[in-house]
Design a protein around this ligand. Sequence first.
Ligand code: SAM
Length: 219
Amino acid sequence: MNNLLFDYPITDTKIQIGDRQIKLTIVDDPDRFLDTLSREDCDGRLYLPYWTYLWESAIGLARHVSELGNTIAGQRILEIGCGFGLAGIVASQVGAEVVFSDFEYDAIVFAKHNAQQNGMRSADYVQMDWNTPCFQSQFDVILASDVIYEEQNWHPVIDLLKNYLKPDGIALFSEPNRKNAGGFFKDIRKNGFTFEKSTCVVTLDNKERQVNLYTIQRN
Ligand SMILES: C[S@@+](CC[C@H](N)C(=O)[O-])C[C@H]1O[C@@H](n2cnc3c(N)ncnc32)[C@H](O)[C@@H]1O
């Protein structure tokens, strides 16, 4: 499975999250895949290969998870749209049981490689579209970094929270202060959830960007 990594130009990077350093293997120069890997499904939904980028939101969410530390140890956690898997890796390092999921098989392969090279031995990896989730049980925590950029994703993601977050569970979301994020959080409220928001600044590729963090719970 990991041989698939060599279909891509890859590079290793180290990301500092609190007092831990996470080694990530990522795609080098992902812009070159934007055209070749984009596709549309039979319902007209467009899938862009955004998993090939490491996003600031992943770093912001991973930091937040690291700060939660022991409070999530032993909990069952689902990461949706995991990309390279950074937030889930940190959750696993603080002792959670993590299921990594992404629509893209190749993203799952990178997430698994990254998890393993950071010492994770037991985790689940699921190729899953949030329009058609496939779990048998609910989760204590759902992690999502930068997954609400397109309105077409809002309702599938909200339905996923309704169906797969335990009644007393929390969802931790992050996004890079996009203009349309407010619309998603209005819809979250209309669907029986409440949330708290905080912000942090993440530096990636020498650029600083605001990342918003949301802790979402049922009303
Ligand atoms: C902007 S990227 C964020 C990746 C990663 N969470 C991060 O912050 O670096 C969005 C992620 O959502 C995944 N994704 C997009 N549409 C999806 C869908 N319908 N179901 C599941 N995952 C999807 C993409 O493959 C990609 O990994």
